[in-house]
Design a protein around this ligand. Sequence first.
Ligand code: ZN
Length: 81
Amino acid sequence: MDVPDDPPATCPVCETAYDSVSVHDSGLMVNLLDNERYQRVCFEPTSDGGGRTPLLRFYHHTHEQAGTTRPSRTRSRSSSD
Ligand SMILES: [Zn+2]
């Protein structure tokens, strides 16, 4: 994982503020279903300076930035009534 030298002020995908940005040059798995910090991650295809290596930029949005509330469900099922 790397961080770009010139990150934009807002996410270029959804134009919303983001918490962090990372750069990836290989495959990885993303699961935010149970993530308490981030609501979503936007993916922007890009490349290195010379355009030789395809890269992916990940823009991490917290629940506050995405305008949602944190997942409040617990591990136990107590909504029987
Ligand atoms: Zn975004």
